[in-house]
Design a binder for this molecule. Structure first.
Ligand SMILES: [Zn+2]
Length: 269
């Protein structure tokens, strides 16, 4: 089975003691590639360092909305330099977070826009985070979709990016798909109470699906409550196969193919 994990924060301390064992289990489980996105400048550098030392690990660089207050005048230039590295295949993770609200929303929107423009200049796709303030509030996803629609014509044609850990409704999914974005799905699709999410996933065409762990967070069933790791992406594939009435092998092959297309990755040593 060809698997990928297009979103895992392998530089966190959670992996400090056994990273090589975590990666061995991933390759054994059939993973082809892993994408490690930064959440600020420091972790973007750490992601790239992992990518430089592991042929099948790639990096995305960017400042997450929850880290927006770390943004200084020099940040964009530093990201621009990192983005020139051949193992940096995307700008991310970037976006908006109205749930934690750790930084003022106008600042979040300003640095999201600046990084969308950086991706456009570099010809790289984007890895996008969005989180509404509550299940009823839709303003975060709405603002993200608006900014992604604005950025779309300048981003790489046919591969503008992915909305990571997508949890919008069917209408919001349709909007993102119309704009050409991929939708990434994580552990919550395996959770008992996520019937609505599964119903939305059932309608996403397989040529626009990606599977991600978001490790160390969002661990899928049956390991929920423990640390997440790339090998567990298999449980997300299995669940999507169930809701779409397909074989796990088909979902695995489709999502691996989508990841290769979106991130243009191949083994570089
Ligand atoms: Zn993440």
């Amino acid at each position: 089975m060809h698997l990928t994990d297009t979103h895992c924060h392998l530089y966190f301390n959670d992996y400090h003691n056994d990273l090589e064992a975590v990666l061995d289990r991933a390759w054994e489980a059939g993973l082809e590639f892993i994408l490690v996105p930064g959440i600020d400048l420091e972790t973007s550098r750490a992601a790239l360092e992992l990518a430089e030392t592991h042929p099948r690990v790639f990096a995305a660089v960017g400042v997450h909305p929850n880290s927006a207050l770390t943004w200084t005048e020099g940040t964009l230039f530093a990201l621009e330099e990192l983005a020139a590295h051949p193992k940096v295949v995307a700008i991310g993770e970037i976006g908006l977070d109205y749930y934690r609200d750790r930084s003022p929303r106008p600042l979040q929107r300003r640095i999201f826009r600046a990084q969308l423009q950086l991706a456009a200049r570099r010809g790289l796709p984007v890895v996008v985070h969005t989180r509404n303030a509550s299940p009823e509030a839709r303003d975060c996803i709405r603002d993200v979709l608006t900014l992604l629609r604005e950025a779309r014509p300048d981003l790489p044609s046919g591969r503008p990016g992915v909305i990571h850990s997508f949890s919008g409704n069917a209408e919001e999914a349709a909007q993102a798909l119309t704009e050409g974005y991929y939708l990434g799905f994580t552990g919550p699709v395996t959770y008992k109470k996520a019937a609505q999410l599964r119903q939305m996933v059932a309608g996403v065409p397989s040529e626009r699906l990606l599977v991600e762990t978001d490790g160390p967070f969002l661990t899928p069933h049956p390991y929920r409550g423990r640390r997440n790791e790339p090998a567990y992406v298999r449980y997300i594939v299995d669940q999507i196969a169930v809701v779409q009435g397909r074989k796990p092998e088909e979902i695995a092959a489709a999502t691996a193919q989508n990841a290769r297309h979106l991130f243009r990755w191949r083994e570089l040593d």
